[in-house]
Design a binder for this molecule. Structure first.
Ligand code: AMP
Length: 394
């Protein structure tokens, strides 16, 4: 089943409401990492070039629903409106009381409006029908473009799409779905997935789902520690989940999962801890494994170079500390050097890609963390499901 795309519609003279994910870090009114704002720009510019009026809504952080913005100013979208205006070189009208005073939105002369944080609205998280209807009433066309929140059925991502006159997927969301479909439904083989990060438990379903679809699976970071424990190695004081050892052992029975042969250990979890390379068989009871060793990195990089499709989520070490970033940097570089299709997603993964400056060499970087993982697991994202459903009847 497919969905209507914004580019399929004639937006002339229409009021378009776009749900974006502009959830960027804001400190003292200043926008930090602006990747999400920049990712949304092509959609906003395309809508501005074609529609009568463009209204954007997003969430920012985790404010309390039903509490006035004056009492939680740090979650206001005003700085994002100012920043967006600077990037676009045009005025962005900012409207806070769009629910109580929707006429203000309709009467505004501005052709680009940003609404206050949707997560301050009572009923947003519960996907409240009445709130969804109020969003829907603001527009002729609702555009869902926030892939990062597509796994949540909330009023601004799902409920509004049930009630708006016309609904469609924005180019950013459609691009994410196309890239995921390309890499997961018809991947060029051989295909490798690299799943790193802190805990097996948070990625168990994705590991299970990928183990049946890929030719090769590499686990890294805290996740690899649980696999090492399952394989009978001493991992000292390393982060691991002993209750998932059986699960890890089963995954290793069904899929080839190469384990590190050497590791970088430290006695404490800190940026200035002394890093020591050890064979995986030599880890002491006091050691913490914080990165893969050079021999393992070389072996993993050789494996990566033989692949035609690579899916990457999660670092293979504590890359935030320079002494334990080498493994993740080398893996990232090998993915960047691969000429096949590479797809990376997840908050920490995107930070690592930025830190190592290899973004241009990855075929597709997903803006979604949770949504990316749920898609990979095979879960139908609620906000995408409703787009497909509505495209049947509109
Ligand atoms: P996740 O959000 O699950 O992708 O986890 C990312 C986090 O895992 C990063 O902040 C890393 O610092 C952390 N991490 C990676 N490897 C290890 C390790 N060996 N021990 C502890 N934490 C790790």
């Amino acid at each position: 089943m497919t969905f209507t795309r914004m580019t399929d519609l004639d937006l002339t003279g229409k009021t378009v409401l776009i749900r974006e994910d502009l959830n960027v870090p804001v400190k003292d009114g200043v926008v930090g990492n602006d990747a999400r704002v920049r990712a949304a720009l092509p959609t906003i510019e395309l809508a501005l070039a074609n529609a009568g009026k463009v209204i954007i809504m997003s969430h920012l952080g985790r404010p309390q629903e039903g509490v006035a913005v004056s009492q939680q100013q740090e979650f206001s979208m005003q700085p994002v409106a100012d920043y967006l205006g600077q990037l676009l070189g045009r005025e962005v009208a900012f409207i806070s009381d769009y629910l109580d005073n929707p006429q203000q939105v309709a009467d505004s002369d501005a052709d680009l409006i940003l609404l206050e944080n949707v997560r301050m609205n009572t009923g947003e998280k519960a996907n409240d029908e009445a709130l969804s209807a109020r969003y829907a009433a603001l527009c002729d066309v609702f555009v869902m473009d926030a892939f990062g929140t597509a796994h949540r059925a909330q009023a601004s991502t799902h409920g509004v799409a049930l009630q708006a006159k016309t609904v469609c997927a924005g180019p950013l969301l459609a691009g994410e779905l196309d890239a995921l479909e390309k890499s997961l439904s018809h991947p060029e083989r051989p295909m490798l997935a690299i799943v790193g990060g802190a805990k097996v438990s948070s990625k168990l379903q994705v590991l299970q789902s990928l183990s049946t679809r890929v030719d090769q699976l590499i686990v890294g970071g805290g996740i690899a520690n649980t696999f090492l424990l399952a394989a009978g190695y001493n991992i000292g004081k390393s982060l691991c989940e002993p209750d998932l050892v059986d699960t890890a052992a089963k995954l290793m029975e069904t899929t080839t999962i190469p384990l590190p042969t050497d590791v970088i250990v430290a006695r404490e979890f800190s940026a200035d801890a002394t890093a020591t390379v050890k064979a995986v068989t030599d880890v002491d009871d006091d050691d913490m494994i914080l990165d893969i060793g050079p021999e393992t990195a070389r072996a993993f990089c050789t494996l990566i170079s033989a692949m035609r499709t690579i899916l990457w989520n999660g670092p293979v070490g504590v890359f935030e500390f320079a002494a334990f970033a080498t493994g993740t940097r080398e893996i990232a570089q090998a993915i960047a050097d691969n000429t096949g299709f590479s797809l990376a997603g997840g908050g920490e993964t995107v930070s690592a890609i930025e830190q190592f400056g290899i973004g241009d060499a990855i075929s597709y970087i997903s803006t979604g963390g949770g949504a990316f993982l749920e898609y990979v697991e095979g879960t139908e994202l609620p906000a995408v499901q409703v787009l497909k459903q509505r495209s049947q009847t509109q």
